[in-house]
Design a protein around this ligand. Structure first.
Ligand code: DSN
Length: 478
């Protein structure tokens, strides 16, 4: 593809938008500038290809297509069928899955589809039917309780939030925490690693309907073969949320016991993190769950987004190319170089390192909360997010951790040498930041001081580092 074609495509699109609402065109242009200039270390973000981005900006957006391929509730879906079938085929081939459902709009939606599929597969109950036809918002706490009691076992065992689990794995701020009685497995306080014997013990005691594997802030591989054995031993359905590491599975960095697809009954993912596709979700499953999964829309999803399914097909086709495996391996090499660079400068890392795409810094080692560290880094042009660490004394709002990840910088082409420079920038900012105090003299979890001159200097160094690896070099907006 010529650089000219990509520049022309985006320039023309902006020209058309500008003619209607110039402020939107300006904001789109400004977003590209911001993304080009920031050292993006948010572990869940990436940069989709121009082809993926362009596949979303068209008339597929205008089409309703409830149902699935060949079985729609609307007429005229033949072209939607084409892209949905293509996306599903690429997903099946890429991951070696029996069935793929590419309609979920996000990871939360994908998990909701999976939960209802497992429940519907297991239970035929009047209460469940009632819940399907009523507005979820109408259900009171008592309704939920009665519903769960009528359905019998509606228990979920997943990784605890502070150990790196996700809100949708049965926690209260998410609907999954109302649908399920949840219990968590954590990590070994000494090593920070999952203790599979403890998971087995918890499963034996709790007897969950669903055992959930997967995480959004655990920096290590997970042995999915062992988790499946644990699920089988208590008759649970084994579900894996691989949203964070789907790119590492696709790129065959995680294979054998560490590839969830052959082990889990059902696997959910987003498509935009390490997989580098459009914003969206996806469900892969074994044949016995396929019919229920395909009922995701209209069971729990609004109308499918055909333009996003088209972009999923493009991104999944890209992930099937040999160079994607190289990309996936470089993500991990970079994360390990970043971890090494931080460790040898004295940082404290949860689990002492990483074998995936993310690193979790325990910033209490710098005398800071996660919130202070996140803001100080942002002042210095480094974009991260604060995150709980296991048994976090500062809770989920202030936290004691900073989560950083390498999928986005790896897409830009940064390598291990630049990761060491990045570690130096992070360490410099965190050592030079001092926790502040409240007006009454008590320690503040939010206030901090950082010399603005130092922050500016680091921001310039970050920009210099990025200048050697321009983002979307093929796109020149003029
Ligand atoms: N928001 C995503 C993340 O940052 O990990 C997960 O939902």
């Amino acid at each position: 593809m010529s650089r000219n074609a990509e520049s022309t495509a985006f320039r023309s699109a902006l020209e058309v938008i500008r003619a209607v609402e110039p402020r939107v065109a300006d904001a789109i242009g400004a977003e590209l500038t911001d993304q080009r200039e920031s050292l993006k270390l948010i572990a869940s973000e990436n940069y989709a290809s121009p082809a993926t981005l362009l596949a979303m900006g068209n008339w597929f957006s205008d089409k309703y297509a409830e149902g699935t391929v060949g079985r729609r509730f609307y007429a005229g879906c033949q072209n939607v069928d084409t892209v949905e079938a293509l996306a599903a085929e690429h997903a099946r081939e890429l991951f070696g899955a029996a069935h793929a459902y590419v309609q979920p709009h996000s990871g939360i939606d994908a998990n909701l589809v999976a939960f209802w599929a497992v429940l519907a597969d297991r239970v035929e109950s009047p209460a469940l039917k009632k819940a399907q036809v009523r507005q979820v918002n109408d259900l009171t706490e008592a309704d939920w309780f009665a519903l769960r009691r009528e359905l019998g076992n509606q228990r979920m065992l997943g990784m605890s939030l502070d150990a790196g689990g996700h809100l949708t794995h049965g926690f209260r701020p998410n609907i999954s925490g109302k649908m399920f009685d949840q219990r968590s497995y954590g990590t070994d306080p000494a090593t920070g690693l999952i203790d599979y014997d403890r998971v087995a013990e918890a499963a034996r005691e709790f007897k969950p309907l669903i055992l959930v594997g997967g995480y959004s802030a655990y920096p290590r591989k997970v042995n999915f073969r062992i988790l499946r054995e644990i699920a089988d031993s208590v008759g649970a359905t084994f579900m894996v949320d691989m949203a964070h590491f789907a790119g590492l599975v696709a790129g065959k960095v995680f294979t054998g016991d560490f590839d969830p697809v052959p082990h889990a009954h059902i696997v959910t993912t987003t498509t935009h993190k390490s997989l580098r596709g459009p914003r969206g979700g996806m469900v892969l499953c074994q044949p016995e769950l396929a019919d229920q999964v395909d009922r995701g829309c209209p069971m729990v999803l609004g109308g499918p987004l055909p333009h996003v399914m088209a972009a999923k097909a493009v991104a999944l086709a890209e992930a099937r190319r040999p160079d994607f495996a190289d990309y996936a391996q470089r993500i991990v090499d970079n994360a390990q170089a970043l971890a090494e660079g931080l460790l040898h400068r004295g940082a404290k890392l949860v689990t002492g390192g990483t074998d995936n795409h993310l690193v979790l810094i325990d910033v209490s080692g710098y005398g800071l909360t996660g919130r202070q560290a996140e803001q100080a880094l942002l002042d210095s042009g480094i974009v991260t997010n604060r995150n709980s660490v296991p048994q976090d004394p500062n809770g989920a709002w202030y936290t004691s951790g900073i989560r950083i990840g390498t999928p986005a910088l790896t897409t830009r082409g940064l390598g291990t040498a630049e990761m060491d420079q990045t570690a130096e920038l992070i360490h410099t900012v965190l050592t030079q930041t001092t926790a502040g105090a409240n007006a009454d003299g008590t320690p503040s979890k939010a206030k901090y001081t950082l010399d603005p001159g130092l922050a500016d200097k680091v921001a310039r160094q970050a920009t210099d580092l990025l200048a050697t690896h321009p983002l979307y070099p093929s796109v020149d907006l003029g």
